[in-house]
Design a protein around this ligand. Structure first.
Ligand code: AMP
Ligand code: GLY
Length: 431
């Protein structure tokens, strides 16, 4: 039996819980650590109290020290902030595997103006856009536009920095929120004003080992807070996978015209992308166009992907880190998975925390149901409490999307915490 490999997962969301759950099934997975983890990950492995957001030199040194003293040979970095902050660059030493791109590659997500520049240079289909650092110039540009725009904070804003508008007044208001009120902090000092695209949204994620790509099954996220896709954007209220929106031909087109040229364009700039390249796409009448790139697994898209992935995740990630992705064995459960996010009342605005959660064991009693934790923590007595906006990710497998959705909703009905809110219509756009 080969030596066991101790693993550290950076992050605290449902994505990290799902990655840990899948990793733990690998025969070679040794001790499993989460930094900082949540109320669910602490049952799967050990939560360690290390600061990861923001990552500064002192924090990165502490994480490196933890890895050395605990024989951690594999680090998986979930969220974008530590990636953009260079944590992967810092930890990659002494033969340690680090899954997640270097800061130069993570810029693809962390700086939307840079991503636009790269796409334009490589002829990758995306919405027409202009970047501004000057408020008056941006205002003048918006005033002379005749078609609807999306106003985006160029930096990282937890998925909430894009404001979709319908007319000039709304666009000017959005611009004010970004550049004058600094609602998204520093992230909004540069703004991207782009053409509003119409169509279905799709998340296509690929594992990239610097050279080879392995495209994962397509998923669809539901960003808006209310049913029927109304209300403000959130970090994601649910996702399902696979989606019938794309066939193999279209997936090949996405790989050929979007994913491969992006990795190549980065390489021409001297940047080696290793990790997950996530293309947020709009399926427009003129073909798929990029809305955004992310440099990590999507949350919640990762949860249905992990539910359906067959095979040894640890082995796949090691091969990805070593540039041997072409040797990895990956297979998929043919069933559909629906993931419903249970959120705190008031999210994505103000919400309360510290509410006791009940019913998870009852929800998981149904075959094919798994509840991943996001914003949860343990109270002094070990009781499970809410601690964030997105609290739980309730995932269910079904023979089709309808069955998966029904099972996920029924599981949510068994779970209770004060103010709990979820959408019952995840997957509605194709049902
Ligand atoms: P982003 O932060 O760029 O991922 O945008 C968040 C969400 O805003 C996307 O998932 C879309 O729902 C919406 N959005 C962003 N850009 C556009 C666009 N150009 N046209 C239409 N909707 C968009
Ligand atoms: N689900 C969208 C994201 O992870 O950015």
């Amino acid at each position: 039996m080969a030596q066991k490999i101790n693993c550290l997962i950076i992050g605290s969301g449902g994505r990290e819980h799902a990655l840990g759950w899948k990793l733990k099934q690998s025969p070679r997975c040794g001790r499993l650590f989460f930094a900082p983890g949540n109320g669910g990950t602490g049952q799967l492995g050990q939560n360690v109290d290390l600061a990861v957001e923001p990552v500064n030199t002192k924090h990165a040194d502490a994480i490196d020290y933890f890895c050395r003293t605990n024989d951690v040979a594999m680090v998986i970095i979930g969220p974008e902030d530590p990636l953009a902050g260079g944590l992967a660059d810092r930890l990659q030493r002494d033969g340690r595997w680090v899954f997640g791109p270097c800061a130069a590659a993570a810029k693809l997500e962390a700086d939307k103006a840079y991503a636009k520049h790269l796409m334009r240079a490589a002829n990758i289909p995306t919405a027409d856009a202009r970047s501004f650092t000057d408020y008056e110039q941006a205002r003048a540009y918006i005033e002379q536009r005749e078609t609807p725009v999306v106003v985006k904070a160029a930096g990282l804003a937890k998925g909430k920095g894009a404001i979709v508008t319908s007319n000039t007044d709304e666009a000017l208001d959005a611009l004010r929120r970004c550049m004058v009120d600094l609602e998204f902090g520093e992230a909004g000092q540069t703004v991207v004003v782009e053409e509003r695209l119409v169509g279905q949204e799709l998340s296509v994620l690929a594992l990239v080992d610097g050279r080879n790509l392995y495209v994962l099954d397509p998923a669809q996220d539901h960003k808006q807070i209310y049913e029927a896709d109304r209300g403000p954007n959130t970090g994601g209220m649910g996702a399902y996978c696979p989606t019938p929106l794309v066939n193999d031909t279209l997936m090949s087109q996405v790989e050929r015209d979007i994913l491969v040229p992006t990795v190549d364009a980065l390489r021409r700039e001297g940047v080696d992308f290793r990790g997950v390249l996530y293309a947020g796409l709009m399926l427009t009448a003129g073909g798929p166009k990029v809305i955004e790139f992310n440099c990590r697994f999507g949350d919640p898209e990762c949860q249905p992907l992990m539910m359906r992935m067959k095979g040894d995740l640890l082995d796949v990630l090691i091969k990805c880190c070593e540039g041997r992705l072409d040797e990895a064995n990956i297979d998929w459960d043919p069933r559909n998975c629906c993931c419903v996010v249970m959120a705190s009342g008031g999210y994505p605005g103000k919400y309360e925390t510290g509410k006791p959660i009940t019913g998870i064991a009852e929800a998981e009693a149904d075959q094919g149901v798994k509840v991943f934790h996001a914003g949860t923590k343990r109270g002094k007595d070990g009781a499970l409490l809410t601690s964030g906006g997105r609290v739980l990710n309730v995932c269910a497998l079904g023979k089709d999307l309808k069955e998966a959705q029904q099972k996920a909703n029924a599981a949510c009905d068994r779970i209770a915490f004060e103010g709990a809110y979820f959408r019952r219509d995840i997957g509605h756009r194709v049902m």
